[in-house]
Design a protein around this ligand. Sequence first.
Ligand code: 0O3
Ligand code: SF4
Length: 330
Amino acid sequence: MNAPFPPSEVAASDATIASRPVLNLLIAAPRGFCAGVDRAIEIVERALERYGKPVYVRHEIVHNKYVVEGLKAKGAIFVEELDEVPDDAPVVFSAHGVPKAVPAEAKRRKLLYVDATCPLVSKVHRQAERQIEKGRHIIFIGHEGHPEVIGTMGQVEDGQMTLVETIEDVDKLPFDADEELAYLTQTTLSVDDTREVIEALEWRYPNIKGPRAEDICYATSNRQAAVKELAHDCDLVLVIGAPNSSNSLRLVEVSERLGTPAKLIQRAEEIDFAWLDGVTTLGLTAGASAPEILVREVVAALASYRPISEKTITAAEEKMVFKLPRQLTE
Ligand code: 0O3
Ligand code: SF4
């Protein structure tokens, strides 16, 4: 898994590398792990220490293979559904959140469970409950099939929440203009696309209620802001992240919207050096679920091909830390 890249038989000599043009590398900050991901991974690690192995994890704790493989090596077993967890084993719910039916079933089976849902996702869950209590139907802006969307929609009864992804979906909504409505959003959406969808909702439904700011989290917004700061100066942007990582995919889109091509890669080994032909300045960032070690791996791979000059472009400082669940600290 951690084989050197590129493999030694194709590695260029120092003289060959030096003969190639310098690659200006603009590295985005913030990038990589957010507070919710840090917390979720620590929950699995602490659960392993406290309860011993195996600890079951429902869904990838975060959408990153390197992280998942690392935890598997420590004794975690990843499953998609609760019925794959034996009665006598502890189970952790992933950072993306779960429908209410999942902890309910865990309680019914008397399973020992720890919820690693990010507190900012849980906040949206509570808002959903509150809007329903106030008698409003909820329009949820999110990507169909994503586990966070399934989790948030599963906080309310069937038929109490309608999913929209685009402005076209808003046009098709069946509700009258005077209906009691509220909107909520997935935490990892594109800031710009979501603003447009909210504007379309507010235009069609002037009385619709929303959160004070949309629910896109600080980490998602900051990572997108950092890509916006560097993309104009780059010929290409590399985003380290998984194809099922919503927030990472949004970083690719942000760059492309600004006219700078971008590639999503999971590991350095996926870099095709032909991509760098004609590239003078390369941007680099990582989604909220990608560890910094993978950023350093990519920088090392690039440096094994061209001389690099590295600069960090900082869009925001982050100091967010979330408390661990009490059951793992007491
Ligand atoms: O939600 P997303 O696909 O971006 O999830 P990741 O890649 O695991 O990143 C962490 C974000 C999260 C748990 C939900 O906000
Ligand atoms: Fe929480 Fe935002 Fe990180 Fe998702 S991306 S885990 S909402 S901090």
